[in-house]
Design a protein around this ligand. Structure first.
Ligand code: AMP
Ligand code: GLY
Length: 425
């Protein structure tokens, strides 16, 4: 089987690594991929939004199965383009990817189907939003309706800040048309958990839980990033939480989408907050998480191709999804200055050891080859996701931090408290 993966980050590297374990797979391509991915897959220089070129490549190269890693192409309808060409593809169609593509849509869906989430109001005009804020309880959370690289969420502690936020999103258009509409939401407190799931339109199978660390600095300080590290499983995702989510959130979401005529096939990523009143949905994503995937897939026992095919063929009910009874921690090695200004093109050393030792992985997020075609260079804010397994979370964390020291490059930056929450259990 020939497989094409669309995307270029650490998430896609982890997917490619897992796909490569499948005995069904003879060849992997990745568009556009990165230097790390090129060790497992043939990288093709086609961008994720170039649907026509992607489809033409898949046809020419007789690709049997395509996996879309990223949100933008999904929300833009890449799955519809592949299906129209008679190609087999994993991911939600455009009308279902809206679950991630529009926060207003997802909030309305949750309200209509009584799926637990923060209360909210939606606004299409800045003036209406300003009027509403006058009497709103602070803090409030402002969210740009559309995709904004995970940055369109503002937590505002008082009225002035909230007014400035509305101006930024709706008038100054900091995130472009994503801010034409905004959601103003009740502020919730609690621990956050990421739960990824496979969905075939009807059946949903939950993967093991994970926790991300979104802020750039230790102690959850500094700017929001794409994610500085993860651990899996989350010790806060108890059986009680799982039972609640199974009863009120997971299947309810899949059924709600089907009832709306927006059958969802692919990954639903539930961003949950464990509040005192019980779990609440913070957000949905329509794809694997990054860097959650880097700690979830190394723990998965199944052949991923069998699971992905079952989602497309709607036979997921026959899959027995299983995870190892161990733990994984991913520490992101970034370039100093991320997420604002940082240098690129710096040589990376020490990766060999990560490849040689069992239970260690270097998932490349932003790397490229030097002209010699063998030296890895940094090529992004997030450079590598150093992942390690362990028999429990503490062992995995120790291993991940040990391995993070094996790798060096100028301006290497990481958080030192990934998985600190484990100590609070
Ligand atoms: P989202 O993109 O919707 O997941 O929001 C990004 C981050 O903002 C979340 O991971 C939370 O840390 C925070 N956040 C979002 N919504 C709320 C809320 N209603 N209350 C508190 N924090 C929130
Ligand atoms: N780690 C959060 C995300 O993938 O959106």
């Amino acid at each position: 089987m020939k497989v094409l993966i669309v995307g270029s980050g650490g998430r896609e590297h982890a997917i490619a690594w897992k796909v490569a374990q499948s005995p069904k797979v003879t060849k992997i391509y990745c568009a556009p991929g990165n230097a790390g991915i090129s060790q497992l897959a043939e990288c093709v220089p086609i961008g994720p939004m170039e649907f026509e070129r992607l489809v033409a490549f898949a046809k020419e190269s007789q690709i049997d199965f395509t996996i879309i890693g990223m949100d933008d192409p999904l929300v833009g309808g890449v799955v519809d383009a592949f299906e129209a060409a008679g190609l087999k593809v994993f991911g939600p169609r455009k009308n279902a990817a809206v679950l991630e593509g529009s926060k207003a849509f997802s909030k309305d869906l949750m309200k209509k189907y009584q799926i637990p989430t923060a209360s909210y109001e939606t606004f299409d005009s800045a003036q209406d939003a300003y009027d509403y804020l006058e009497t709103a309880k602070m803090p409030v959370v402002l969210k740009a309706d559309g995709l904004a690289l995970g940055k369109g969420v503002l937590i505002c502690n008082h009225l002035e800040e909230a007014r400035a936020g509305v101006k930024e999103l709706m008038e100054d258009k900091k995130f472009g048309s994503a801010g034409n509409r905004i959601v103003v939401e009740e502020f919730m407190t609690g621990r956050e958990v990421s739960v990824l799931s496979f969905v075939d339109g009807k059946t949903i199978k939950i993967m093991t839980s994970a926790q991300d660390h979104k802020r750039a600095g230790d102690g959850d300080t500094g700017l929001n990033t794409g994610g500085m590290g993860t651990f899996s499983p989350s010790p806060f995702y108890t059986e009680e939480v799982d039972a609640f989510c199974k009863k009120y959130i997971y299947q309810a979401t899949v059924d709600a989408m089907a009832a709306e005529g927006r059958e969802f096939k692919g990954i639903i990523f539930f961003g949950l907050m464990l509040t005192k009143q019980g779990p609440r949905v913070l957000e949905y994503n329509a794809r694997f998480g990054d860097p959650e995937t880097q700690v979830v897939l190394p723990r998965m026992k199944n052949d991923i191709m069998e699971v992905l095919e079952a989602c497309v063929d709607q036979t997921l009910d026959q899959v027995d999804l299983q995870f190892e009874d161990n733990a994984a921690v991913c520490v992101v090695l970034a370039s100093k200055g991320y997420p604002v200004h940082y240098d690129k093109g710096l040589p990376i050393s020490g990766l060999e050891r990560l490849q040689e030792e069992k239970g260690y992985f270097a998932f490349h997020a932003g790397t490229k080859f030097a002209d010699d075609k063998t030296t890895f260079l940094t090529n992004g804010g997030r450079v590598l996701g150093v992942t390690a397994l362990g028999e429990d979370l503490k062992a995995a964390r120790e291993n991940a931090y040990k391995a993070a020291e094996w790798v060096s490059f100028e301006n290497k930056y990481m958080r030192h408290d990934i998985g600190k929450a484990i100590d609070e259990v």
